[in-house]
Design a protein around this ligand. Structure first.
Ligand code: NAD
Ligand code: AHE
Ligand code: ZN
Length: 369
């Protein structure tokens, strides 16, 4: 079939809207009509050439929601008409990682996913006879896409696509980092670095978990109002304080934070986030994705004296199990999504979504098909 898609033909070039060819689902795969997709900073990072796994030409996008239109042989867990959220972190429930119950990082199809192909080693997308690569196993910047059955979460049908798509990455990543990875306890002091599409969800997760102080850090002053809207109690712009940010945060938190979260992808910030943790127990969670080649550093003494450095992908969520529950949280009013979707765009306007993100003018832009 033919489908409209925004194709990343080359790094650092705007996406081009073209009609691509899409092969139908093979065994264990499903065809999904994408109804809406968010634009996450990770898409921009890959488009900008910072992703060591970035492959071109490809169809980016990993934060979508849509409807199953066709299933391949052997598919049993979903059927045409089901509403689903594509999962860049699938859940096969059979691999060593899934069975361990210690991680959400299913390994069933990770190797082929990183190479931009389906589990059989081939792409379903092509343009003018040449393959176009998949991205993060999702490629939601296409009106139709093919996914392995283990990489879709079936969700309730009354959830609006233009909001639920954000659960495909940003919401689950931010809220999940708090509840699944850090397991923030009531009364905790929390510091969130980077108040964008992920950081604001960390804030709303921390508020939901009963955190006491929730300090937001951002270089963009306009983010203060955003943070306060979701439960932030204090705001720090590192450019506006005198002296180093770490002692400033340590004094604001009576000796250091119980939990800090990096939602910037900046390795200097990651170090600050660790060092702003309380001696003896503070835990810093890395969410941000750093550019290829970047490394983190700190004095080992920071860890010897009891600070913990951890990371999280997709908020530690097991997609097929946890995503439908997060959709329920949204539908029941336990978490907010609507105010964070600042821009709704047509596919033809998708490059504007990237510009708004780089200019710090959006929280989440959503493309509706
Ligand atoms: P975003 O662009 O919406 O937000 C980033 C925010 O960080 C902005 O408000 C920006 O002003 C702020 N910022 C930038 N540099 C800063 C600095 N030096 N100090 C303080 N604040 C700074 O991006 P997003 O969509 O929220 O994504 C945030 C990061 O999370 C990205 O690196 C993205 O790739 C990553 N991410 C990771 C996962 C995961 O599973 N681990 C999932 C989604 C996104
Ligand atoms: N491809 C990059 C790594 C990018 C990365 O860490 N991605 C996160 C999700 S970001 C979503 O917005 C993730 O899921 N990581 C775990 C995994 O298996 O990719 C690189 O450095 O090569
Ligand atoms: Zn993302």
């Amino acid at each position: 079939m033919k489908t409209r898609a925004a194709v990343a033909f080359e790094a650092k070039k705007p996406l081009e809207i073209v009609e691509v060819d899409l092969e139908g689902p093979k065994a264990g795969e499903v065809l999904v009509e994408i109804k809406a997709t968010g634009i996450c900073h990770t898409d921009a990072y890959t488009l900008d050439g910072f992703d060591s796994e970035g492959i071109f030409p490809s169809i980016l996008g990993h934060e979508g929601a849509g409807i199953i239109r066709e299933i391949g042989p052997g598919v049993t867990s979903v059927k045409p008409g089901d509403h689903v959220i594509p999962l860049y972190t699938p859940e096969c429930r059979q691999c060593k990682s899934c069975l361990s119950q210690k991680t959400n990082l299913c390994t069933a199809i990770r190797a082929t996913q990183g190479k931009g192909v389906m589990p059989d080693g081939t792409s379903r997308f092509s343009y003018k006879g040449k393959p176009i690569y998949h991205y993060m196993g999702c490629s939601t910047f296409s009106n139709f896409t093919v996914l392995p059955e283990i990489a879709v979460a079936k969700i309730r049908e009354d959830a609006p696509f233009d909001k639920s798509c954000y659960i495909g990455c940003g919401v689950t990543t931010g809220v999940g980092a708090v509840v699944n990875t850090a397991k923030v306890e009531p009364g905790s002091n929390v510091v969130v670095f980077g108040l964008g599409g992920i950081g604001l969800n960390v804030i709303q997760g921390a508020k939901m978990a009963g955190a006491d102080k929730i300090i937001g850090v951002d270089v963009n002053d306009s983010k203060e109002e955003w943070g306060r809207r979701f439960g932030m109690t204090d705001f720090v712009n590192p450019k506006k304080i005198t002296g180093d940010i770490v002692p400033h945060l340590v004094s604001l938190t009576d000796g250091g934070a119980d939990y800090t979260f990096d939602c910037t992808g900046n390795t200097t910030v990651m170090r600050q986030a660790l060092e702003a943790c309380h001696r003896g127990w503070g835990t810093s969670i890395i969410i941000g994705v750093a550019e290829a080649g970047k490394e983190i550093a700190t004095r080992p003494f920071q860890l010897v004296t009891g600070r913990n450095w951890r990371g999280t992908a997709f908020g530690g969520a097991r997609g097929r199990t946890d995503v439908p529950k997060i959709v329920d949280w949204y539908m029941n009013g336990k978490i907010q999504i609507d105010p964070m979707i600042t821009h709704v765009l047509k596919l033809e306007e998708i490059n504007k979504g990237f510009d708004l993100m780089h200019e710090g003018k959006s929280i989440r832009s959503v493309v509706v098909f």
